[in-house]
Design a protein around this ligand. Structure first.
Ligand code: SAM
Length: 250
């Protein structure tokens, strides 16, 4: 059985996909995608030898060697252009996922790709910014807690292919129920869809973020440097912005 995190990612994969799972490790996701019939074929990409061997083993044990190709290489380099129409990347930082997509896009590896399902461990804002700047529209966002960790899953489609949705609409400054204005910057940080339907995990994530920032503020308060004061005021402003948004949530 897949973890709830990987199941949520699999839920984003359209039926009949030709899937590529990059950074696949044990190939759990492509195996489940093909076994469930969601993917007609899959490629499991891995850059490191150990996880690459784990992927080979996972696919062999599932008896899916014909449907799933396991390839060793960096990011999207393992793909021929047009080979996959859905790409999943999970369990890495948002900046690494964005770098993988950026290098892949420059090599033409995103041609023909209709769906991205991404699960950054941190740096969700960096990934949202990359998608926004590179012609991808986030069409869904999910957040879940598993084994004491909080994860976000972002689903994106190419602009013009995103069910009529545009990035302009998505990141338009909006007024939250309590009257607080949510800036495009806060939408990129917190997630436009998560803000639309905030749940308890979302609130817990951002309360945790405030606690983390307050901890940093505490350690900075012992410093007399001018640069520390500058940092302190930036952090205070960030805490204020997050708190204002949280206060507006139902
Ligand atoms: N995707 C699986 C999951 O979410 O359970 C495995 C996540 S694991 C924490 C991250 C994997 O990404 C590692 O196996 C690592 O070798 C692989 N990885 C990191 N950078 C990569 C890159 N540039 N290209 C391909 N794989 C990469």
């Amino acid at each position: 059985k897949l973890s709830d995190r990987l199941q949520l990612l699999l839920d984003q994969v359209p039926e009949g996909s030709r899937l590529a799972d990059i950074g696949s490790d044990h190939a759990l996701l492509p195996v489940a995608a093909v076994e469930s019939g969601k993917a007609v074929s899959a490629i499991a990409g891995e850059v490191n030898q150990g996880p690459y061997e784990a992927a080979l083993k996972g696919v062999a044990e599932a008896g899916l060697g014909k449907q799933i190709a396991v390839r060793r290489g960096d990011g999207l380099e393992v793909l021929e252009p047009g080979e996959a129409d859905c790409i999943t990347i999970a369990g890495m930082g948002g900046s690494l996922i964005a770098a993988i997509l950026g290098r892949g896009q420059a090599l033409g590896k995103l041609e023909g790709v209709k769906t991205l399902a991404l699960q950054p461990n941190v740096g969700e804002d960096i990934l949202r910014r990359w998608l926004l700047n590179n012609g991808w529209v986030v069409t869904a966002e999910h957040i879940l807690e598993e084994d004491g960790k909080i994860y976000e899953v972002l689903t994106a489609y190419p602009e013009g292919d995103a069910f009529g949705l545009t990035n302009e609409q998505l990141y338009l400054e909006r007024v939250l129920p309590g009257g607080v204005i949510c800036s495009p910057d806060m939408l990129l940080q917190m997630g436009p869809w998560l803000l639309e339907k905030p749940n308890a995990v979302f609130t817990a994530k951002w309360q945790g973020e405030i606690a983390k920032l307050e901890g940093i503020l505490g350690s900075l308060s012992r410093s007399e440097l001018d640069s520390a004061e500058e940092k302190r005021s930036k952090i205070r402003a960030q805490i204020k912005k997050i708190s204002e948004v949280l206060e507006c949530l139902p």
